[in-house]
Design a protein around this ligand. Structure first.
Ligand SMILES: *Cc1c(COP(=O)(O)O)cnc(C)c1O
Length: 400
């Protein structure tokens, strides 16, 4: 099949949730490279929305997944699962969490976090303490409860009424958060670095005061690290940059290297509220997904990819700052490690994304005016130099 035929099939049989997609279809990947069905080579600076942190088709990862597929894939959570117990141990040993629950998507991990927070107070006899505060411009998923927590009206409005009990305050506005933190609030959820809305970094002071507020008011602090977690920001978990620990944090995107898996990780004092029958999942944490997760974690830790992301990220930011000096259309950069937003002063992000694609580079857009870079954490300086050169050329030709 050629691209035209694939597009026709898609238009006829797939729900139009994604509209006109970028006009390319891939068939093979290796490291930061992807090849389309017509043989064109691309450098992937989007990483499937921060999923392919270890790169495409990492040989050790492929070997581990193949081995697991050859043994068996699934059995259900009615039985003990070695790969699941091992992945839970790795996450606990490397984080502030005491226990873990596995789901299949970021939304599910956040749902688990909300359920656990409400359960925690209900089991203490405080069933009226169920409110959840979230931040404007946040993104927490597409299910009804995670939409209720997502601070962007365009996603929420078409599906109202949503799960009740959620309210919003502005990011980095501690006074507003404090005013919203009434005794009926059981949890605050936030992304330490907001991804979907354009790579917005929380202030250190804001997160530290939020932690203190949660302690004072007996509120569970949930960090959604679905996008910013697992090395992306230059530390294994984004919360490590802030000198605060969440009570619950969620992971997903890069955890399975592309095999669907997510995790809701909680401190022991919260996790104990989960009893048999309270929660479950058919696929969540199955042997294949956890074998993939174990392989990803092994590579992340053994190759020191969080540290590498910090160092390479610094280089990347430096290069983008250089572009800013040359091109008036760039107003600045935002982010941490290899979670980077290039802020434009014109609404040309979508157009620029397409021009990058035509030059052989995959990048993301967030909103109208932010280009988003989420490359594999293994990205080299040479790869970055190539992207910068291409961007420089595009900006010179189109926007100067
Ligand atoms: C992508 C994302 C989600 C939702 O993950 P899905 O796997 O699409 O359900 C939730 N939170 C954040 C911060 C995300 O980036």
């Amino acid at each position: 099949m050629d691209l035209k035929e694939i597009i026709e099939l898609d238009k006829e049989f797939f729900m139009n949730a994604f509209g006109d997609r970028l006009p390319v279809c891939f068939e093979k990947g290796r490291g930061i490279k992807l090849w389309s069905i017509d043989g064109t080579e691309y450098l992937d600076f989007f990483g499937g929305i921060a999923v392919t942190s270890i790169g495409h088709s990492n040989p050790a990862f492929v070997k581990a997944v193949k081995e697991q597929v050859g043994k068996f894939i699934h059995c259900s959570n009615y039985y003990y699962i070695q790969q699941q117990a091992e992945l839970a141990r790795t996450l606990v040993e490397n984080s502030c969490a005491g226990k873990v629950f596995f789901g299949n998507s970021g939304a599910e991990a956040n749902e688990c976090a909300f359920k656990l927070a409400r359960l925690h107070f209900r089991k203490k006899g405080q069933s009226g303490k169920y409110g959840i505060i979230s931040l404007n411009e946040s993104f927490h998923g597409r299910t009804l409860a995670t939409l209720a927590a997502t601070g962007q009206e365009k996603y929420r409005t078409p599906f109202e009424p949503l799960t009740p009990g959620f309210k919003f305050v502005d990011a980095n506005d501690f006074e507003a958060l404090k005013a919203a933190a009434t005794p009926d609030v059981c949890a605050i959820i936030l992304e330490p670095v907001q991804g979907e809305s354009g790579i917005k970094v929380m202030d250190r002071d804001f997160l530290q005061k939020t932690r203190e507020l949660c302690d004072e008011m007996d509120i569970i602090l949930i960090f959604d690290e679905v996008q910013c977690g697992l090395g992306r920001t230059g530390k294994l978990f984004a919360y490590e940059h802030y000198g605060v620990e969440p009570d619950i944090f969620t992971l997903a995107k890069s955890l399975g290297g592309g095999i669907p898996i997510s995790a809701c990780c909680a401190k022991d004092r919260i996790a104990v509220s989960m009893s048999p029958g309270d929660h479950g999942s058919t696929f969540g944490g199955n042997p294949l997904a956890c074998a993939a997760g174990n392989a990803v974690m092994k590579i992340l830790l053994e190759k020191h990819l969080p540290k590498k992301a910090a160092v390479t990220g610094k280089y990347f930011f430096g290069k983008l700052d250089g572009l800013k000096k040359k091109h008036g259309v760039i107003s600045g950069t935002r982010g941490m490690g290899l979670m980077i937003g290039l802020v434009l002063n014109k609404p040309v992000a979508a157009e620029l994304k397409l021009l990058c694609l035509e030059s052989g580079y995959l990048v993301g857009a967030a909103g109208n005016d932010v280009l988003r870079f989420l490359p594999p954490l293994t990205v080299s300086r040479k790869d970055i130099d190539r992207l910068i050169e291409a961007l420089d050329k595009i900006l010179t030709e189109k926007y100067d």
